[in-house]
Design a protein around this ligand. Structure first.
Ligand code: NAD
Length: 500
């Protein structure tokens, strides 16, 4: 790997020379190694934390005006460099360039929210809480905080975290996914160009060693994690054991319920986009459609038509609708799930297992698939597939649909397609999920709301970004003040004081 570009840690405003250990980064569309990424551990983390601590002392007391100016400048640079970042994402992740531009635009919403941090982090004030006594509250940064992020949104998910952490006065250390780490270093350069002091945004690359070093470092106050459920559980437990505040967003298995009164063509188009967009590798993907009663036959037919018109190819080729999955193992997993289901009696309405993209025979491609007659115990239904697959489950009533959705251990997103307000309301009120769509298949909240699931999709109290992000990255202080006139002086009471 000697001639390959090395994606290095970004520490103290520069690329770090030490890359003693590296691992390959692939182009999933060709199967070729295109770069190497440094693998950090306790040393790299210790260096980053020590720089962050020193830098945060000033940044934590920098005026809101200054922090806001940096955010505005960063936002502008993100707009100007979106294409460049999207191309790096497409090359390392495999998603199409327009899809990568979409994730950058959605991530930018958090920067825009952070541009209003003066408003979003305002405290409270009560005059005369007791006679001549005022009370106010203010929120303060935690210090040094870390973010550990997954491969599927190499720009957007970190963007859920760092703009708010930084705007509220913290120093942020990002440990991006080792599979597509390139975008993070570009973002680091943009922050520097925007005027952010060195050490406030740093990147330590790597896998478990880097993560464990972050989780156990005594000077990291909080950890935000997004990734799979087993790792989210581990992160929450370990971070708590080491005295840290933690929010850990996990996996998902989102269902979209289709009522017989829905516009079926519209629903199928939306669900197909949710199932196959980004090759199904979205935490808000829609791998399960639940057809209620008479919706089943037309829905299956419409999903078949949608799946069959998808153009699969490399993400940087104009006209590609869907790229490869991230690794050969991810591809095998999808194929295995389909095979197991079909062997057990399911019907592959559209079967993507055999897909080959000419000229890209070594790429990690698997075609869109639609399955029906899948039993709830089959992995194709009950596991997170994280590939381009849509399983159609069939039930008779909305109540049965709700029971099915709510039986999932996950509770990230859920959607209903209907033209009836009553059905929509019953669903929204009773479904156990953190984000609900009504005729919206991927109900990702806008940046000034917060993002998060229920049950095994989120461990911790706070959802990501928006107002919950501000609360997560700050702590509260309540200040009670009296400026007594001389004539108001009185002996301090030995009793616990009341208010009067
Ligand atoms: P992952 O859990 O394998 O990895 C996430 C991060 O954890 C990476 O930075 C990785 O380096 C690190 N990691 C992996 N194994 C580890 C270990 N044993 N110990 C310590 N750290 C470890 O997830 P992924 O495959 O990169 O991403 C896909 C998963 O992320 C899916 O399950 C998807 O649903 C989930 N996801 C969830 C959301 C959400 O908002 N809930 C958003 C995006 C992705």
């Amino acid at each position: 790997m000697t001639d390959l570009p090395i994606i290095r840690h970004w520490i103290n405003g520069a690329e770090d020379d030490s890359a003693a250990r590296t691992q390959p980064v692939y182009d999933p569309a060709t199967g070729e190694v295109i770069a190497a990424v440094a693998l950090g551990g306790p040393d790299a983390v210790a260096r980053a934390v020590s720089v962050a601590q020193a830098a945060q002392k000033d940044w934590g007391v920098a005026s809101l005006a200054r922090r806001t100016q940096v955010m505005f400048a960063f936002r502008q640079l993100l707009v100007e460099h979106a294409e460049e970042i999207a191309e790096v994402i497409s090359a390392q992740h495999g998603k199409t360039v327009p899809d990568a531009l979409g994730e950058i635009a959605r991530g930018r919403e958090t920067v825009e929210f952070a541009c209003g941090i003066a408003q979003a982090s305002r405290g409270e004030f009560s005059a005369n809480a007791s006679t001549g006594v005022d009370v106010h509250s203010s929120r303060y940064p935690l210090g040094v905080v870390a973010g550990i992020t997954p491969f599927n949104f190499p720009a957007m998910v970190p963007l859920w975290m760092h703009p708010i952490a930084i705007a509220t006065g913290n120093a942020f250390i990002l440990k991006p996914s080792e599979r597509d780490p390139g975008a993070s270093n570009l973002v680091a350069r943009l922050y520097q160009e925007a005027g952010l002091p060195d050490g406030i945004f740093q990147v330590v690359h790597g896998g478990k060693d880097a993560v464990d070093a972050l989780l156990t470092h005594p000077d990291i106050a909080a950890v935000s994690f997004v990734g799979s459920t087993p790792i989210a559980r581990y992160i929450q437990r370990t971070a708590i054991e080491h005295g840290k505040r933690v929010q850990a967003l996990g996996g998902a298995n989102n269902h979209a319920v289709v009522m017989p009164d829905a516009d079926i063509a519209f629903a199928a188009g939306q669900i197909a986009a949710g199932s196959f967009g980004s090759a199904g590798e979205r935490c808000m993907a829609v791998p399960v459609a639940v057809a209620v009663g008479a919706a089943a036959e037309p829905l299956v037919a419409a999903l078949r038509a949608e799946a069959e018109k998808i153009t699969v190819g490399p993400g940087n080729r104009v006209g590609t609708d869907m790229g490869p999955v991230i690794t050969p193992q991810a591809r095998e997993r999808v194929i295995e799930f389909i095979t197991e289901a079909v062997d057990g009696g399911a019907e592959a309405v559209v079967d993507g297992r055999g897909l080959v993209v000419p000229g890209h025979e070594k790429g990690f491609f698997v075609g869109p698939s639609v399955l029906r007659k899948v039993r709830p115990t089959m992995r194709a239904y009950c596991d997170e597939v994280f590939g381009p697959m849509c399983v159609v489950m069939e039930v008779d009533t909305l109540e049965e649909a709700l029971d099915l959705v709510n039986s999932s251990p996950y509770g990230n997103g859920a959607a209903i397609f209907t033209s009836t307000g009553e059905a929509a309301r019953t669903f929204a009120e009773n479904v156990q999920a953190g984000m609900v769509g009504v005729n919206v298949p991927i109900p990702v909240p806008v940046g000034y709301y917060s993002f998060g699931g229920w049950k095994d999709s989120l461990f911790g109290d706070h959802h990501a970004h928006g107002p919950e992000g501000v609360r997560f990255y700050t702590r509260n202080k309540v200040i009670t003040t009296r400026w007594p006139h001389v004539e108001q002086h009185q002996d301090a009471s030995m009793h616990f004081p009341g208010s009067n």
